[in-house]
Design a protein around this ligand. Sequence first.
Ligand SMILES: NC(=O)c1ccc[n+]([C@@H]2O[C@H](COP(=O)([O-])OP(=O)(O)OC[C@H]3O[C@@H](n4cnc5c(N)ncnc54)[C@H](OP(=O)(O)O)[C@@H]3O)[C@@H](O)[C@H]2O)c1
Length: 270
Amino acid sequence: MTSPVPWVLVTGGATRLGRAISLAFAAAGWAVAIHHRHSAAQAQALADELRARGTPVHLLCADLSERGVGARLLSELPAEASAGLRCLVNNASEFTEDSGWDCTRAQLERLFATNLFAPLELTQALAHLVRRQPPTHGAAPTLPVPLALHILDQKVDNLNPDYFSYTLTKLALQRAVGLQAQAYAPTLRVCGLSPGLCFVSGPQTEDNFERARRVNLLRRPLDPADIARTAVHLAQTPGINGCVIPVDNGQHRLGLARDVMFAVDLGLAP
Ligand SMILES: NC(=O)c1ccc[n+]([C@@H]2O[C@H](COP(=O)([O-])OP(=O)(O)OC[C@H]3O[C@@H](n4cnc5c(N)ncnc54)[C@H](OP(=O)(O)O)[C@@H]3O)[C@@H](O)[C@H]2O)c1
């Protein structure tokens, strides 16, 4: 008996890092459910590109800040994707600048909804889905247990108070990795992946980005493909569970007092 094609669902999977992750899974032979919110045109272009290479694709649109989005999104998958779903990548997040002095309840609620509650809901919905799936007979023992993968940020191991609300959401999601791995064992694996700076972010200029992206132990730009390849590796390696892997050229070991985009202009970065 041949194994069914494994499916991955990538939130925010149409652009930037999410797009790199969608492409990496497709290159590894996975079918891809690409979630998007506003980037419908980019999602359609990526779907066309992947289908032309023979990858099954399904597009999903949702605002992840809405309550109940996790179960709703998974219920919108077609039967073959639902039956074959082996990985969820919680990649989408909102990155908005604030500080401990000016963060508001409204901003905290919006960022926690998108960056924490949606990944938690989606992971719970995936655990329920996997538990309902019938065993795939002969293929089951050779397949890795499905994985929920939270995309975090090297900031969680390199704290500074910039992007205060965003950082809080990622810290909570980092701690959820171990808790959820325990809660959903042996049905589901849960891991985290903490990228370093790899795309122009927030108010960054291109010049600032070009300098900031080299502020890491290797002093060279981080390739988004490294992060995407690691996501595929985690999904395909049965023994990895309950851990967080940094993929950041060692950025989290630098210990900057400010976010790297500010540190380079203030002369705080090496
Ligand atoms: N970029 C970096 O250098 C960097 C560094 C460290 C960590 N990370 C982490 O890596 C991940 C990807 O980074 P990125 O820079 O590629 O992300 P991004 O461009 O800031 O956001 C990715 C996608 O998230 C979606 N999104 C945001 N809010 C949403 C909402 N309320 N509902 C539904 N979708 C929503 C957007 O989809 P639509 O466009 O369809 O609206 C957006 O395209 C994030 O988790 C980020 O925290 C990134």
